[in-house]
Design a binder for this molecule. Structure first.
Ligand SMILES: NC(=O)c1ccc[n+]([C@@H]2O[C@H](COP(=O)([O-])OP(=O)(O)OC[C@H]3O[C@@H](n4cnc5c(N)ncnc54)[C@H](OP(=O)(O)O)[C@@H]3O)[C@@H](O)[C@H]2O)c1
Length: 129
């Protein structure tokens, strides 16, 4: 089975499209909608490991692990070295709370307050109307 998670998203759609036609393809979504033209869609929610266990038919759980052990495990699985470094760096940042997105340095870097994208789009549309 090839399980494409995030299949309703931008990247997942591309991946599922590349694999279209395979009869072992399964799409994952937190709110699965039947798709007559596409692969079967199963409920997958990373916040609910039981949903992954259900789809894969194997026990799935999360447990804390030292970064060195994660590094070794990914490398042992044949993950390319640059991806191991990237993943471990991301896990370290998540663990340290640095990717929580609760604050931004943009106003300091840009010298102006952030503006909602909607306003920018509206301005652009008005300019060309
Ligand atoms: N697009 C890019 O250029 C790009 C580049 C680098 C990295 N990334 C990363 O790649 C990932 C996917 O990007 P994207 O652009 O395809 O994002 P997206 O269009 O926002 O799609 C996100 C997908 O994640 C799924 N999802 C969200 N929460 C989930 C959860 N708790 N359990 C299972 N699935 C969940 C959603 O599926 P449902 O709502 O159907 O559950 C949705 O299909 C993101 O982490 C993004 O940061 C994207």
């Amino acid at each position: 089975m090839i399980l494409v998670t995030g299949a309703s998203g931008a990247l997942g759609k591309l991946v599922a499209g590349r694999l279209a036609g395979r009869d072992d393809l399964v799409a994952g979504s937190r709110s699965p909608e039947p798709s007559p033209a596409g692969p079967p869609v199963r409920r997958v929610d990373f916040d609910d490991p039981a949903s992954l266990a259900d789809v894969r038919g194997v026990p799935v759980g999360y447990r804390p692990s030292p970064l060195g052990a994660v590094w070794a495990a990914l490398a042992a699985k044949g993950v390319p070295p640059y991806q191991v470094a990237h993943a471990v760096s991301m896990f370290a940042n998540i663990g340290a709370g640095l990717l929580a997105g609760e604050r931004t340095d943009l106003p300091v870097l840009l010298g102006v307050a952030p503006r909602p994208v909607r306003g920018l789009v509206a301005d652009a549309v008005r300019a060309f109307a």
